[in-house]
Design a binder for this molecule. Structure first.
Ligand code: NOJ
Length: 511
């Protein structure tokens, strides 16, 4: 386990929309370099950058055409190497986004794989052996290649599935995960990882990490075996490199070698019940909504077994949001957001802040771009100040990658940095606390102190610290076993002897 993860607070950057330094309307690597001080001052010490590789951008870069080349619209490989260097000087680690399950249909491997003549890449992707034979239970394309066969998709039509084999084989064209061609796919992906690690990157967020071996068993053990093999390579050759999975099944992911796994917004799971409970009958019952009539037990019943099962293996990552999910501001107001981020930054594991959530950027209702669909509204330019294009770019507004928030009260860094009660200032105070107290580190012990169905507050312990949150619009109180001292608060909480009285929408850390 790389030691730095224990202290890590990640900042996710969607490079298209972070900061444009050459006035072409789209963010670039140089823009990230120039904003490293901002990231550091926010209290984040690690970055996850969404794919910044050469791509036709039919899925915003998750359709990689060349794994080892920075997309010209973001700059050059040298710019990215410089970003690693400059970030390291400020003690910031940098994760790239590894997309191991598929490439773009324009990747050279796929161009070769499509050819009628057998070649080194014929089995790099999943193909049937007859133009008229499809793939039951999986999306596939026929009629597009000279080759006599149909190929499998991993996501969109532009993303053919790389071949890591099938565990349960029913067709003669399905290869075993041990087949040399499938091993070659895995080794090629290791080469990609080595390429970036050798140039100074600190690891990878791994896209659709559970998708490698097809028709795997319910524990995904064949896919897990690939990740164990990759982890072995990292432990031997790059022991400080981290891999964080988009899997959202920590028991599977962390036991397969990932250092951390995202807790994603899957319908009805514990994470969603905290702030993304859009679809419960009768309205949004998210715990963090003041009028939500939330129930902390819906979260704990899902989270606690996962935490207990994996706390010795790695970390669960809470996210404010990511480039695939509606921004939390879509349903939470600024005060609710403060409490949400306070909770995520004080729970165990490695937290992630999505760019712009620290100022409460809105989810915009805008048309799709680069395969974003409903995700596009979460990917708009970072709002730095109140100047043209919110300080994101000097391009004419019509040339921006995506529009900025048109509202008069669009939140900006410039406004919030001066205001000690702003969301940004609150986030900074919290990241600072997380750094100052060992008890708030990723692996410090976590225990529930008070949690009752449909009751407030929720009280938990991290090491010797007690943390209480009352997101509701009603007062709440709880008795404590001893008199504590407050070290941080949002809203107002008062300690009377051994009881804690919490005003509506308050959060407190006690020692
Ligand atoms: C998950 C990524 O987060 C998403 O943005 C992408 O579209 C799919 N994987 C396909 O790579």
């Amino acid at each position: 386990m790389p030691a730095w993860l224990r202290d890590a607070i990640f900042y996710e950057i969607y490079p298209q929309s972070f900061y444009d330094t050459n006035g072409d309307g789209i963010g670039d690597i140089e823009g990230i370099i120039r904003k490293l001080d901002y990231v550091r001052d926010l209290g984040c010490n690690a970055l996850w950058i969404n794919p910044c590789f050469d791509s036709p951008f039919k899925d915003a870069g998750y359709d990689v055409r060349d794994y080892e080349k920075v997309a010209p619209r973001y700059g050059t490989n040298d710019d990215l190497y410089r970003l690693f260097d400059e970030a390291h000087k400020k003690n910031i680690h940098v994760l790239l986004d590894l997309v191991p399950g598929h490439t773009s249909e324009e990747h050279q491997w796929f161009r070769e794989s499509k050819k009628a003549e057998k070649n080194e890449y014929s089995d790099r992707y999943v193909w049937t052996n007859c133009w008229i034979q499809g793939i039951a239970g999986h999306p596939y394309i026929g009629g597009e290649a000279d080759r006599d066969g149909c190929y499998m998709l991993n996501f969109f039509k532009c993303q053919p599935a790389l071949n890591y084999g099938f565990l349960n084989r029913t067709q003669d064209w399905q290869l075993s995960p041990d087949d040399p061609a499938c091993i070659a796919t895995r080794e090629a992906m290791k080469d990609v990882m080595r390429f970036w690690l050798d140039h100074g990157c600190d690891g990878f967020r791994v896209d659709m990490a559970d998708s490698l071996v097809k028709d795997d068993d319910e524990n995904k053990s064949a896919t897990g075996a690939i990740w164990k093999n990759i982890r072995e390579m990292l432990d031997n050759d790059y022991p400080e490199a981290a891999i964080i999975s988009e899997w959202s099944n920590p028991s599977q992911a962390l036991k397969s070698g990932f250092h951390a796994d995202f807790y994603l917004d899957h319908h009805g799971n514990g994470y969603n019940t905290l702030l993304r409970d859009y679809e419960t009958a009768g309205g949004d019952h998210s715990f963090l909504k003041k009028d939500g009539k939330g129930d902390i037990m819906r979260f704990l019943n899902d989270y606690l077994p996962k935490y207990d099962d994996t706390k010795d293996d790695g970390y669960i990552s809470f996210i404010t949001c990511n480039h695939d999910t509606p921004r939390p501001r879509r349903t939470l107001d600024m005060d609710e957001l403060k409490l949400a981020i306070a909770m995520f930054l004080t729970l165990p594991g490695v937290p992630f802040i999505y760019y712009g959530d620290e100022i409460g950027m809105r989810y915009l209702d805008i048309p799709t771009k680069e395969g974003g669909y409903t995700r596009t509204g979460t990917r708009t330019p970072m709002q730095w100040d109140n100047g043209a294009n919110k300080g994101f770019s000097t391009a004419p507004a019509g040339k921006l990658y995506l529009p900025t928030d048109p509202s008069d009260d669009a939140p900006t860094v410039a406004d919030q940095v001066k205001d000690p009660s702003s969301l940004l200032s609150t986030v900074k105070a919290l990241t600072h606390l997380r750094k100052s107290y060992d008890d708030l580190k990723a692996d410090s012990p976590f225990a529930v102190v008070y949690a009752e169905e449909k009751e407030y507050p929720f009280v938990y312990r991290r090491g010797t610290l007690y943390i209480a949150i009352n997101p509701s619009d009603q007062k709440a109180s709880v008795s404590l076993s001893k008199k504590h001292e407050k070290i941080f608060e949002i809203g107002t909480a008062t300690i009377n002897e051994a009881s804690l009285m919490m005003e509506p929408q308050s959060f407190v850390i006690l020692k």
